[in-house]
Design a protein around this ligand. Structure first.
Ligand SMILES: [Fe+2]
Length: 273
């Protein structure tokens, strides 16, 4: 079974991040984690710093092409708040633009890919987050339509029959800090716990957004609950950095082997941190 390379919050377009990410891509192409064809890459949002800068989308697609040419055939992405605007101000026009750029078709979320007997289920946690009143905070919301589709899809034969199932989204499902947990986290929990009770295992839930790189393994009965942090170590606003309940920004890019126990998963250090 292929392993997962989980990274998040690239923020291409911020300062020199297109260069620093290109250096990481060169290391990955050079085989720093092994044979590229043994991996499926998952990126849990905030690919770019500002979606209004179309050059950033092009830069990230160039990097994906380098990775694909080197053998990383499957690169799965979902949008974060910065992929739909500035991070604070999301715009509905980016919903389709993101799909056109990264899926080449107008698929509805959840985006499902079955690869090597693993069902990868990507959620858009910006889907119900694009109203004017959502602009003050950025907790993310999946919305009832997407959650209903998720519930139905989990019970389809082609998903149930997979050996493993991996959920990935941008926003944090478990963060108890004020205004930092996915708004409809409780509903997502109900759907996933109900599936698990029906013997449909959820083997991992992967996310980003907070740049803290914490894991919450075991939540909701899910063995692997991983925040990948920010691969480029994008700093938070000065105010948040000064608040005691925020952890430091971390890169927690991980290699995940679903055929082994979570203690065999490991983080990749690209920055000497
Ligand atoms: Fe981010």
């Amino acid at each position: 079974m292929k392993k997962i390379l989980h990274m998040s919050d690239l923020h291409i377009g911020y300062k020199n991040f297109s260069e620093t990410f290109h250096e990481i891509v060169i290391k990955l192409i050079g085989g720093v984690i092994g044979n590229p064809s043994d991996f499926i890459v998952i990126i849990t949002g905030d690919l770019v710093e500002n979606a209004n800068n179309s050059e950033s989308y092009n830069q990230i697609k160039d990097e994906f092409n380098y990775l694909k040419d080197a053998g990383y055939e499957s690169i799965l992405v979902i949008p974060g708040n910065h992929d739909y605007g500035t991070g604070s101000f999301g715009d509905k026009k980016f919903v389709n633009l993101f799909k056109q750029n990264f899926f080449n078709e107008n698929r509805k979320y959840p985006i499902i890919n079955v690869i090597d007997n693993i069902a990868f289920i990507g959620l858009d946690s910006m889907a119900a987050e694009l109203h004017w009143y959502d602009r003050l905070w950025a907790e993310g919301e999946l919305g009832s339509e997407q959650l209903n589709r998720l519930n139905n899809r989990l019970r389809k034969d082609n998903i149930q029959s997979c050996k493993k199932r991996v959920i990935y989204l941008h926003h944090h499902p478990f963060d108890r800090k004020p205004l930092h947990q996915l708004k409809d986290s409780n509903k997502l929990c109900e759907i996933l716990e109900s599936a698990i009770n029906d013997s449909i295992s959820i083997d991992a839930i992967l996310y980003g957004h907070n740049h803290e790189g914490k894991s919450n393994n075991g939540y909701w009965g899910i063995q692997r609950c991983y925040d990948a942090g920010s691969i480029n170590l994008k700093p938070r606003s000065k105010l948040k950095n000064e608040l005691p309940w925020f952890d430091k920004v971390k890169n927690s890019t991980r290699v995940i082997d679903l055929e082994n126990t979570p203690d065999t998963d490991y983080k990749l250090n690209f920055h000497g941190n």
